[in-house]
Design a binder for this molecule. Sequence first.
Ligand code: IPT
Length: 989
Amino acid sequence: MHEAPSGPLPYYEDMGPGTGALPPRAWTGVSDARRVNLGGAWRFRLSATADGSDESFARPGFDASRWDVLPVPSHWPLQGHGQDHDYGRPAYTDVRYPFPIDPPRVPTENPTGDHLRGFDLPGDWPGGAAVLRFDGVDSCARVWLNGEELGTFKGSRLPVEFEVGEVLRPRGNVLAVRVHQWSSGSYLEDQDMWWLPGIFRDVTLIERPEGAVTDFFVHCDYDHLTGNGSLRVDCDPQGTVTVPELGLDIATGETAVVPVEPWSAEVPRLYDAELATEGERVPLRIGFRTVRVEDGVLKVNGRRVLFRGVNRHEFDPDHGRAVDLETMRRDLLLMKRHNVNAVRTSHYPPHPAFLDLCDELGMWVVDECDLETHGFSEVDWRRNPVDDERWTPALLDRAARMVERDKNHPAVVMWSLGNECGTGRGLSAMADWIRRRDPARPIHYEGDQSCADVDVYSRMYANHEESETIGRRAEPPLLDAESDQRRRAMPFILCEYAHAMGNGPGGLSEYQRIFETYERCQGGFVWEWIDHGLRRRTADGGAYFAYGGDFGEELHDGNFVCDGLVFPDRTPSPGLVEYKKVVQPVGFAADLARGLLNVTNRHDFADVSGLAFHWAYEVEGELAAEGRLEVPALAPGASAEVALPRAPRTAADGEACWTVRAVLAEDTAWAPSGHEVAWAQFEVARPAVPAGPLPGAPHAPRRVEGGLIMLGPGMFDAADGTLRYLDGAVVDGPRLDVWRAPIDNDRGADWYPEGQLERRWREAGLDRMRHRIDEVAPGQDALTVTTRVAPAASDLGLRTVYRWTAAGDRLALDVEVTPEGPWTLPLPRLGIRLGLCPTLDTVEWYGGGPGEAYPDTREASRLGRHRSTVDGLQTPYVRPQENGARADVRWAELRRADGSGLRVTGAPPFWFTARPWSTEELAAAEHTNELKRGDLIWVHLDHGLHGVGSGACGPEALPEFRLAAAPAAFSFTFGTLRAGHPAGPRPPF
Ligand code: IPT
């Protein structure tokens, strides 16, 4: 038994949602009622405990002139640094509560921020009723206006309003807000993110004239069979609704049925309308659409939808969850431009303005309640609030504040009860309430696999095989037959999949194939949109992104907070570029023999009339010809065959490739005309792998002074057979390499010990391979070096033979690798690495690009000529790790400023990586600022790479992307480039 403390608990610890607030209601950004934005500079005082200072600050006349100044909205721990004061530190835990689990009690150490602001009313303020609105305060607040206590509240990402008309004065108002970091509400807000207290969303004073809109509910459906929309606005008090474009002028409560154009995420048709009551006029933007689960499929306007989604936390690297309008818009533009069509608002309702933008730009939204009690899993879910009816009022309060606030957005197509709360009666109570209040939207919750309260079957991180089984409606049955039957008839979504931490996620296209094959699989939401790295400046003017543990936290989960498709500064990571390609809404297939291109419209609602199609024909990566393709305005789901023009040149000119692209024909609200939406490439012919000797007169190896062997342009160490100089330039000779700086997906998760490749690789010694030289044999026309590459304490090894030949001014290397011993683990990589002079800092290559690619993340890699600096090849993962490989490289050139340099050609094509630091340095760095250019550029020429998977929280690389230790042979040719060597087309080497 848990003893309750004697006496009532203080307001911040009682289980209730708060006191004094008005009933929740619909949000409107604007109306003709006057508003005062109370954001800006506030006075601020921080105390270490909840009652560490008295309440006299709330009384009029209190002198706060010596208090600090704090911007509102903000999180105070992000404001103190680098200034004279210390406002504590952010802290990151994923699942674990950073305080003892003893609900609803919180620690005595409870940072408490007193916020104070004075304000005058505008001259034309009419007096009368008014509300004071808070859009987000983390985690509990008590509010006074002019010394009068208005009430208390919890629910960090939910709005609250207080009636203040009686207390307001024309001048000299004093608003006082006491904010506690910890409260009973903290038990309900255990989302995987930074713990960041503060008034982090807007504070607004809103006039409420006599007869103003209290609450309103816009019901608008679309009947896809008749093409009619129906509109009814319920409003308190009664009023009228006008929709000029539809010629509608109706009373509230009355239903109108008229022909309309429907709203969808792809064609977000909105109608401007106005709701007028006696006291207020509220502009509305109405979208007609109907969401329904029918025949086991989730449909909008009668059509199956496919979610190409992301989980979005609100985050800014400098301001935490205090995100401004411009940042919200930026997120949506980035998403739209990367073919993302759905957002799960993980794991709380977003800033209300975000949903206006979703209506406007077009985005399917799963609106999730501010609720997670994941940390109770650490104690076998004992005393889980969602299964304790004393907490139910707080849960219902949260459900109501979300639904009432957001109910009028066409973009919101599902309500989600919360995330990772286990199971319990409180969740059922929430679902019952929501269903009664808004029967028009399905309900989502992932944490209860019996699906008792929900309309869709949702899972997180189910692997491909399992997802496919569910797609066939062939999953293992639930124990209860009736529940099983219900669940089996539900649509399936992956509310989280493809954990985008660090390098990855791999396997996206294999998921997409499943979503496109099985009607039941309606897509998913990649975990997650953005890395929550907090920007920190360094003394030398640099910056890096901090993660868990960087603020001295007692408990933390490291860089698990950085698992997004965009970096903290919103630069797209390669994962987002890959996702864009994988989910592109136009599919292409070619039958080159017949000169035909098949184009499929993969949109669910839009035709392709907004797109222009282009073709290009490239030979050896150089553009030979290009033009427009005429594609009919395919309806959603339709395909057409289109004739390609005749190939401009014959394949004899070299390796040829068609590139077809679909771009926006005109400017849209989210991208300019010409923006590329979809593309594909079709290779015409690949020349046979060049075999046989190099052209030119062959050289014979010969011993020279200084313990060296000379072979053509190469100079080798006679003792160990490594290349020391190439054409006079120092080389840290190539040798076999199997190691990579472990990526987050290699590291894996604590809860999947069978994953955790990094640990198993290190145990096997793949990070400490030694090279034994068995023979250095200069022969007639070749230098053969035989080695065995193996780690201590193991009988696993790789017999490696390097065979060097030379002709003219080129040097060729054939590598043969034969595994010895009982290998079971995959290899991280298999190739050679060499160190080169650091002035070789620009690269041109013919192969995949422009961005990085790995075996299971190579959809977005396109064959062509690409150029970059060596620095530009690096992908700045927040925690440094293997990155930057380019796929299918035929040849690469590294050059100095004067044009001189080195050219390497591979047979077969290879994976090319060049970096200004070594693998060891990359692996040792914890943050990007620790990486410093060394005195060599390290070049990796890999025959194979192990896939990346998404093992940080989900499946490892699929079997087909596993790099097994197996016999392998691969070759490279090296040549030097003279200064002034012209860039541009050259015959294949
Ligand atoms: C899952 C959480 O729902 C999400 O918030 C995030 O923490 C994600 O994992 C990992 O980054 S829960 C996990 C135990 C599968």
